[in-house]
Design a protein around this ligand. Structure first.
Ligand SMILES: [Zn+2]
Length: 241
């Protein structure tokens, strides 16, 4: 009798555990992680990741360690957007390395081929509009390669923008105007627009619902690095004073 009870308990526990595992979202990082308030907090988060960064590392040392980790990072099959997230975060890193804000974006076609890349250039080019997604879309639309992918200014179905961070209101509207789907690597609880669609005027709201902007399915380490790239301006207080 005891053996039967033990067996039944085992089946119940195993079933519940399986159900829980199955229903766990890919993104199980607490939302609070995605807001960083100080340089000390940023350095602590850097040192908690497997990048070999110490809390007292200099900016050149941080650059060297992040670059080495990202270049060697192998996208993981269990995270279907990892290949694209890696490229978007690499773009974020390039901007950070140039002395700019650490946000990047890429454009992929329906077969998963990456056709264009861009990154934030506000500091580099002294332009208030050059967020990563704006740079990506503007440079792409002005390039000869875009002709086969655009209907005047509307993007062909199947194209997807992958951003390293949740788009802000300006970029969110630009992406909706281009009628392109978007996925982003790290959430922006304090600045992102993806979860505030219902605040928009009705025609923009309807357009945004048609061309959704969603959280991607990328590995936790890439999500965390993309967040730290976003807040990397805290390292040297770069940007307007
Ligand atoms: Zn933006």
């Amino acid at each position: 009798m005891r053996k039967i009870l033990f067996f039944i308990s085992y089946i119940v526990i195993a079933t519940c555990t399986f159900a829980q595992t199955k229903s766990l979202p890919v993104d199980s990082i607490p939302k609070g992680y995605f807001v960083t308030h100080s340089r000390a907090e940023l350095m602590q988060k850097f040192s908690d990741l497997p990048l070999g960064i110490k809390v007292n590392d200099s900016i050149p040392a941080i650059i060297q360690k992040v670059e080495k980790y990202l270049i060697n990072y192998q996208p993981q099959k269990k995270y279907p957007d990892d290949v694209f997230a890696k490229e978007a975060v690499l773009q974020a890193f390039i901007s950070f390395k140039e002395g700019g804000y650490g946000i990047g974006a890429i454009l992929a076609d329906s077969k998963g081929k990456i056709i264009f890349k861009g990154h934030n250039s506000q500091i580099q080019k002294h332009r208030s509009d050059l967020h990563a997604e704006m740079t990506l879309l503007t440079d792409f639309e002005e390039s000869p390669v875009s002709k086969q992918y655009l209907n005047i200014y509307v993007y062909n179905p199947g194209l997807t923008v992958y951003s390293s961070a949740e788009p802000c209101p300006m970029c969110f509207i630009r992406l909706a105007s281009a009628r392109v789907n978007t996925k982003y690597c790290c959430p922006g609880p304090d600045d992102g627009m993806a979860n505030r669609v219902d605040c928009l005027p009705s025609s923009w709201r309807d357009l945004a619902h048609k061309y959704p902007c969603k959280k991607d399915q990328s590995s936790p380490v890439l999500q965390k690095i993309s967040h730290l790239m976003f807040f990397s301006y805290l390292l040297d207080n770069r940007g307007p004073k």
